[in-house]
Every structure is written in C-alpha cells, then in structure tokens.
Design a protein around this ligand. Structure first.
Ligand code: GAL
Ligand code: CA
Length: 349
C-alpha cells in the first residue's frame, strides 16, 4: 500500500510539473503574439501638399496609438515619386518583409491589378487611398479597401460658395453684369476621379441653381501650383478682366492662380473670385487675406485616421472592427466642409 501511495505521489508531481511547464510555455507564446504591427505606405508623390499632409497625420496618429496601446507600430512611408515601377517595387518589398497591411496611394489609379494580385498571393490586405481603383479592381479580392473623399460633394460645394456670393451681391461675381458667369477651370490630372467629378458637378450645380455660365477656358495643371500659375498668366493675357471666377480642382492650383495675379501686380479688387478644394493651411491663409473666396475641406486628418484605424484593426485582429463603418464593406468616404472668411479661423492652425 505504501509503495502504491509513493508511486501515486510521484505521478502527481510529474503531472503538476508537466502542467506548469505547458502553461508557462503557453504564456511565453502569448507574450510573443501581436506585439508589433507593420504598416507599409506608398505615396504617389510626396511633394503633393495634400498627400504629404495625409502622411504627416498618419505619423502623428501612429505615435499616439503606440503610446496608448501596448503595441509597437512600424509605419514605413515610401515615396513613389510618380513612378508605377517604383511603387510596385515598394509593395514587393513590404510583401517580402511580411508587413501586416499595405496602404497604397496609386500612381496610376487604373492599374491596381498587379498590386492586388501580389498582395492577395501573400494574403496581405491593401488599403488604397485618395486615388480610387476602378470598380472592377476593387472586386478582385475581399481584403481590399478604399479611403477617399466625396468628389461630387466637393464640386457642388465649390458651386455653392459662388452661388451664395452671387445671392448676397450679384455684382461681386457678375462683374460685367451680363447675367452670365465667365469662368476658367484649373483641372487636376486627367483620369483622376477628383478632377473629372469635381469639374462636372461644380458646373452642373451652378446651372441647376439657375446661374448661366460661360466657360472662357479650361486646362489640366496636374494639381500643381507652378503649372496652374503658367496657365493663369496665359488666361489673364487672353481674357483679362473678363474672368469672373477661377474654379480650381484643388488648393495648390488655386494658389498658383493667386501667384499669377500677384506676379502681375493686379489689385485684389480687380481679381476674379478664386475657389479651391482640400483645405490646406496655405489656402486658408489666402482666404484670411481675401485673395481666395473659399475652399472645400477634404479633411486630411480624418482620411489619415480612417486609413490608420482600418490598418490597425486588420493588423491586430485580421479583420475590420465593427465600429468602423464601411460602405459595401470596402469604402470609407470622408465628408467635406465649406470654408470662407467667416469660418476660416475654426480650421486655421
Ligand atoms: C486630390 C487632391 C489634390 C491632390 C490629389 C492627388 O484629392 O484634391 O490636391 O492631392 O488628390 O491624388
Ligand atoms: Ca458676367
């Protein structure tokens, strides 16, 4: 009996030790789990003011999150510098280095399939932003997402800014009192959803709201300040005081138009009304100074925070948190706000 008890004791000790050992090793495994999330980001062109502001916001948000949660966040932001080849290489690098999520600001929004196929093969989700892939590409896989703004609304709001000014005092807009609004349109890149849709909805809204419009000219200035400045100088030479409104698909080109007027020393009262989109700080400054009538904010901070929240949730849980409300399970579109001299201080830092 004594021998039996001793054997039983030995068995119990062995069992307890084994159990403790296995619990500890389970604990050690848990400790190794999700202590780090790797997010790779590619930008179509870092020199683009609006894009760089999204990137800066992403860095701030990641830092905040890292200090509030016990997770290391590796955020690697790469500049494609306008080259699809660079961008594809960067994505391949993120895949080889086993990043958890890849965020892509496409150089060519019509050519997302190569990136999607590579990411799908490696099972790494992709969040596109600002340059929207075509619908067909968005359907290629269920782990692709898009964060951007509502292009239609921004165009409509540009029109509203001019319509409101007209209602308040028609002479401020229709300077030659011919009952028509003579305008020029500075357009972003050809084929970019925010160029074509903003242009279309802006003019459509003007007409739908009963204003007669006359296009003096329009041209592509690729979102760029310097290109817009050159076009504007030409237009001022050709049309002079006839230009009553300058619609610009973004703020940086609107700033280029202002530069043109500044460089020709044309008095502010003799200039057309200039309206942009984005809400970058440099444009808000011009609104304060009365050189731009207004802009439509396309909240870079909110876009960055949507990109980050989706990426973080995918990196941490492999899925989208319930509190993130996506359209069709894929799309997140940020709302716009109109900014004029009256409310500019609310947004100016
Ligand atoms: C637009 C923005 C432009 C430019 C462009 C780049 O949404 O208004 O300023 O940043 O995206 O794709
Ligand atoms: Ca007129």
């Amino acid at each position: 009996m004594k021998t039996f008890k001793r054997v039983l004791n030995i068995i119990m000790v062995i069992l307890t030790v084994t159990l403790l050992w296995s619990c500890n090793s389970e604990g050690a495994k848990k400790a190794q789990r999700i202590r780090e999330i790797k997010i790779g980001v590619t930008l179509y062109k870092e020199s683009d003011l609006f894009i760089s502001s999204i990137a800066e916001n992403l860095i701030d948000i990641a830092k905040e999150k890292e200090s509030s949660e016990d997770i290391k966040i590796i955020l690697n932001i790469a500049d494609s510098n306008g080259s699809t080849v660079n961008e594809t290489k960067q994505v391949e690098k993120f895949i080889n280095q086993k990043y958890d999520v890849i965020c892509v600001n496409l150089v060519d929004r019509t050519a997302a399939s190569t990136i999607i196929d590579k990411a799908k093969l490696a099972n790494i989700p992709v969040i596109f932003f600002n340059r929207e892939p075509v619908e067909e590409d968005m359907q290629r896989w269920n782990k692709i997402y898009y964060v951007g703004a509502e292009a239609e609304k921004s165009g409509k709001m540009q029109a509203e800014i001019i319509l409101d000014a007209y209602k308040e005092n028609s002479n401020i807009v229709d300077k030659n009192s011919d009952g028509k609004i003579q305008y020029v349109m500075l357009e972003g890149e050809a084929g970019h959803q925010d160029s074509s849709i903003r242009t279309e909805y802006c003019i459509k809204s003007m007409i739908e709201n009963g204003l007669e419009v006359e296009k003096l000219s329009d041209d592509i200035a690729n979102w760029e300040n310097s290109q817009a400045r050159e076009k504007m100088i030409q237009w001022i030479k050709s049309y002079g005081d006839d230009i009553e409104v300058v619609f610009s698909n973004n703020d940086d080109m609107a700033l280029g138009a202002i530069n043109a007027y500044d460089s020709l020393n044309i008095d502010i009262v003799d200039r057309p009304l200039i309206v942009g989109v984005d809400g970058i700080q440099e444009a808000l400054q011009q609104i304060k100074e009365g050189k731009m009538i207004g802009t439509v904010i396309s909240d870079a901070k909110e876009q960055a925070s949507a990109i980050f929240n989706i990426a973080f949730s995918l990196g941490k849980n492999g899925d989208i948190d319930e509190c993130i409300d996506l359209l069709d399970g894929k799309y997140f579109k940020v709302k716009h706000t109109k900014v004029l001299k009256e409310n500019v201080e609310l947004f100016y830092n």
